[in-house]
Design a protein around this ligand. Structure first.
Ligand code: BES
Ligand code: ZN
Ligand code: ZN
Length: 505
């Protein structure tokens, strides 16, 4: 959630605690500097002259008290670096840094003077505002609010002053819709696992998305049994909370006769590993194992929120992986929705089972022109790429280019990983069609064998990408645009990919 209000106008507003001024490399001032300096009787000149630390380097932030009787209590200097290298993504990140700095200074209202000389001042202001908004997210619903002097202060109002305020406002309004999709994704990931068991989660998806015009269907365990969805059912069978599959439809372009885009998400609401139990240390983090599904839900909200002119199916498989007397055993053979049998060699490799049935179902029902799945699938992707890049597997070069471009633009960075026939073959079974863990490769190339498994469930010629977000969905330290924990990863990059390449004008 965020209580932040962001506004834009041509004239300064009233009664803001702080004035923010941008600077470029070597303390080059933005054009609005002079008028404020005049109002403050040369105080800014004086402050800049004596401040040896602030160089105007990108990300430099200085906050100091304004003189008595000044219209502001604080002056904030924000370094933006090289004027010629100011990209939308760097404006966004500067906004995130600015939020953090104002928050630690207990500043609640601020006014930003944007440089009207910038070639795209409206775009710059909107991106900066969006970074500020993205960073303002918090998840405090389980904390008893503090009152009075104990109440922590944080920015509540940010006002931008610029000529091109109309353009900034228009752009920002769209960004905010997407960011609200990101916030929903973060909220879902941050929820404790007892509050988001599959049934509750499925209902929550309906509640969140229906008001936006997204059609939502929930398959319960009985319907899944009837359909023969043995793979997802086997993951949930050890839990008292039965699985669900949720299908979301956003029809933003009724006139189009093109097949829809499909996004599939792993929604393991808690992954204990099942009978192949995980170690106790760190197991609490496995509440984030539904991050792929949360990204799909957040994406649907973003697309519907900004009324994207395209048709999209979102599908998430929700299950809780628990050990119990009814749980799947290592060595069980199950039958997936596709008809293929799977030997479950390790019950902790459960995400791929959930995805298998979702992938088969979405292809059979909707014949999508493109499928992208998101899943916190393997610990191995963290070994390879840490928290910085999302490992992305696809055989389709055009799709990779589209994803990669959107990744670069939004800062949700992707790294292409190999999809190789070798690993597909590696996942073939000995006494079953397929096995859920490679006996030959073991844990080596664990992310690649996992992708090889999924590949068995993709029809030939369907453009498909698999995004392993195990490292990027959940980060236990702050980033410029994201406070720690659920990051919302996936919503922005996929929304941008759609806007750039898959949306009708
Ligand atoms: N949910 C985990 C993957 C994971 C690990 C996500 C760390 C986020 C952080 C997944 O279900 C899993 O346990 N995968 C196993 C697969 C193995 C048994 C083949 C793994 O990565 O060890
Ligand atoms: Zn697992
Ligand atoms: Zn898992």
């Amino acid at each position: 959630m965020s209580n932040l209000s962001v506004t834009f106008s041509k004239a300064p507003g009233k009664e803001h605690e702080a004035a923010i001024l941008g600077f470029y490399k070597d303390k080059e001032r933005c054009s609005s500097f002079e008028s404020l300096n005049y109002d403050l009787q040369g105080f800014l000149d004086h402050a800049l002259e004596h401040n040896k630390k602030f160089k105007g380097k990108y990300g430099d932030i200085e906050i100091f008290m304004a003189p008595e009787n000044a219209p502001y209590t604080y002056i904030v200097l924000l370094g933006l670096g090289d004027k010629d290298e100011l990209k939308p993504s760097s404006a966004e990140k500067a906004g995130g840094k600015l939020f953090a700095a104002l928050k630690s200074a207990n500043i609640t209202t601020a006014e930003f003077y944007i440089d009207n000389d910038l070639s795209s001042s409206g775009e710059f202001a909107a991106n900066l505002a969006n970074g500020f908004y993205l960073r303002s997210y918090d998840f405090e619903k389980y904390k008893t609010p503090k009152e009075g002097n104990d109440k922590p202060l944080k920015p509540e109002k940010l006002h931008f002053v610029l000529f091109d305020s109309d353009k900034a406002q228009k752009l920002y309004d769209v960004f905010a819709k997407i960011s609200d999709g990101v916030f929903l994704c973060r909220d879902l990931v941050n929820e404790p696992p007892n509050a988001l068991v599959p049934d509750i989660y499925a209902k929550r998806i309906k509640e969140e998305l229906k008001p936006y015009g997204v059609e939502v269907d929930i398959l319960d365990e009985k319907r899944m049994h009837k359909f023969g969805m043995g793979a997802i059912l086997s993951v949930g069978q050890g839990s008292a909370n039965p699985p669900r599959m949720v299908i979301m439809r956003w029809i933003g372009d009724r006139d189009s006769n093109q097949e829809p885009l499909a996004f599939v998400g792993k929604g393991v609401t808690f992954d204990t590993g099942g009978i192949s139990l995980k170690p106790a240390a760190g197991m609490e983090d496995m509440k984030m194992d539904m991050g792929g599904s949360a990204a799909v839900v957040g994406l649907m909200k973003a697309l519907a929120g900004r009324k994207a002119k395209t048709n999209v199916i979102g599908i998430v498989g929700l299950a809780e992986n628990m050990p119990s007397g009814t749980a799947t055993r290592p060595a069980d053979i199950i039958k997936s929705y596709s008809g293929k049998t799977i030997e479950v060699l390790n019950t902790d490799a459960e995400g791929r089972l959930v995805l298998a049935d979702c992938l088969s179902y979405v292809q059979e029902r909707y014949n999508p022109r493109l499928i992208i799945d998101l899943a916190t699938l393997t610990g191995a992707i963290l070994v390879a790429l840490g928290h910085e890049y999302c490992g992305t597997f696809t055989t389709d070069d055009a799709l990779w280019d589209h994803l990669n471009k959107a990744g670069e633009e939004t800062g949700e960075k992707l790294w292409r990983m190999p999809l190789d026939e070798y690993w597909k073959k590696d996942m073939e079974g000995t006494i079953s069609d397929i096995q859920n863990m490679s006996q030959k490769s073991g844990r080596w190339a664990g992310s690649c064998t996992a992708a090889g498994f999924l590949w068995h469930f993709i029809k030939e010629d369907t453009p498909w990408a698999h995004m392993d977000i195990a490292g990027t969905a959940w980060i236990k330290e702050d980033r410029d645009l994201t406070p720690k924990y659920g990051t919302g990863f996936g919503v922005r990059v996929l929304d941008r990919m759609i806007a750039n390449f898959y949306e009708n004008a």
